[in-house]
Design a protein around this ligand. Structure first.
Ligand SMILES: *Cc1c(COP(=O)(O)O)cnc(C)c1O
Length: 397
């Protein structure tokens, strides 16, 4: 490992991500494609190396991101497969989106006319491209989207009739697919299916790509596969919630987080550790200092709770997590020494600390924890068992 990555680094196994794709593929209908959701820089794992690893898979139908800028990064990195921006796109990026064939989520009538205008202007400049859109239908999330009603239907008709616009897809998003009780999600699914059937009946046109499933849907709702599914959290080997059944598909966590011991000392009875003295020793102890903290995205909520792994054993966090350092108890690990690797997330021997456990302990949750892993954490990508490449925010400056 590079010496300058000793303080902290995340290992991201592209092998695990590819295995997770295969697990999902094996659980969906043969004709259903998978769109890999790599918003927020691939849930903190790194969107570009992941997109490059997945693009060659024939059933990988493309990539979904949250913003225009995230889509531009993928194109700049040479990704050619379809990219869909799931959220609202602000008009300043329409022209670039059209030129780069980035699919946009649309649900407002004014967007149709603005996009059509942008296509016309670009056409006059010789770029004869249409704006490809996916219509968002709100079936219960109440976030963005047209309603599946008469007004919604006339919006779809208008989209189909607008010059320069190609309606490539239509989709909805589940609010409660990760719960054991599937009543609400079935209601959303029925409402979406009835609406797309109505569109087909009323317009005689079948919108090519209908999609609704997120990760929880991929695992537990085979009836919601349709033309494509959107795989987010499961791609990274993480679970949508504690309620999703774990025996349907196998997932492998892709990311682990590592640091090193930089200092070890003994403290005596009554000595306090870290800010605020929330930990006070009641006996003689051996304490190790780890040079990582909430500045790296390691949650301050783990203060006084949670463990790290050293030499395959658990060491409890003592006192508050600081911005750049924290302390752990190595009294029961006498072999622990300066320079030892410390696993903050991941496996060491028989022990494992999962993103889910840390999410729970810190009062956050696994999605948020992964997304918030900081810029100061270099990412090291593993493929075929070896290091494929690294990504390092410092080197961009
Ligand atoms: C984030 C997101 C997803 C992926 O959700 P997961 O639970 O991570 O699978 C799918 N669709 C939309 C619209 C999203 O915003």
């Amino acid at each position: 490992m590079r010496e300058d990555y000793q303080r902290i680094h995340a290992r991201v196994s592209l092998d695990a991500i590819l295995e997770n794709m295969e697990s999902m593929k094996a659980n969906i209908a043969p004709g259903t494609g998978i769109m890999a959701v790599i918003k927020t820089d691939g849930y903190g794992h790194g969107a570009v190396p992941i997109a490059r690893a997945l693009e060659p898979l024939d059933y990988c139908q493309g990539f979904a991101v949250a913003t225009a800028e995230e889509a531009f990064i993928l194109r700049r990195a040479g990704i050619r497969k379809p990219v869909l921006v799931l959220g609202f796109t602000f008009p300043y990026s329409y022209r670039r989106m059209i030129r780069e064939e980035i699919r946009m989520t649309v649900f407002l009538p004014e967007t149709l006319s603005e996009l059509s205008g942008a296509v016309r202007e670009l056409g006059a400049q010789g770029a004869g491209k249409k704006a490809r859109i996916h219509i968002k239908v709100d079936t219960g999330m109440n976030r963005i989207g047209i309603r599946p009603d008469a007004e919604g239907l006339s919006f779809v008709k208008e989209a189909l009739d607008t010059d320069g616009i190609q309606v490539e897809g239509i989709f909805t998003h589940f609010a409660r697919a990760d719960e054991t009780d599937k009543t609400a999600v079935r209601h959303q699914l029925d409402s979406f299916r009835n609406f797309t059937d109505l569109i087909e009946k009323e317009t005689g046109y079948k919108i090519p790509i209908r999609h609704c499933s997120n990760s929880a849907g991929i695992v537990e709702l085979p009836e919601a596969n349709m033309d494509m599914v959107r795989a987010g959290i499961t791609l990274y080997g993480l679970w949508p919630s504690g309620e999703v059944k774990r025996d349907i598909i196998a997932l492998h966590p892709a990311l682990s987080l590592h640091s090193r011991i930089v200092y070890i000392k003994e403290i005596g009875v009554g000595d306090e550790v870290s800010y605020g003295g929330i930990f006070r020793a009641s006996s003689k102890m051996r304490v190790a200092t780890i040079p990582a903290g909430y500045g790296d995205g390691y949650p301050r909520g783990l203060s006084g709770r949670g463990d790290v792994l050293i030499r395959g054993k658990r060491a409890a966090i003592l006192g508050r997590i600081c911005m750049d350092q924290f302390m752990v108890d190595v009294t029961q690990i006498p072999e622990a020494a300066m320079g030892d690797e410390v696993t903050l997330i991941g496996r060491d021997g028989e022990e494992e600390i999962t993103m889910e456990q840390l999410g729970e302990l810190s009062g956050r949750f696994n999605y948020e924890l992964a997304c918030n892993l900081g810029k100061r954490v270099p990412r090291v990508y593993i493929k075929g068992g070896g290091v494929l490449c690294t990504r390092d925010w410092y080197e961009d400056f």
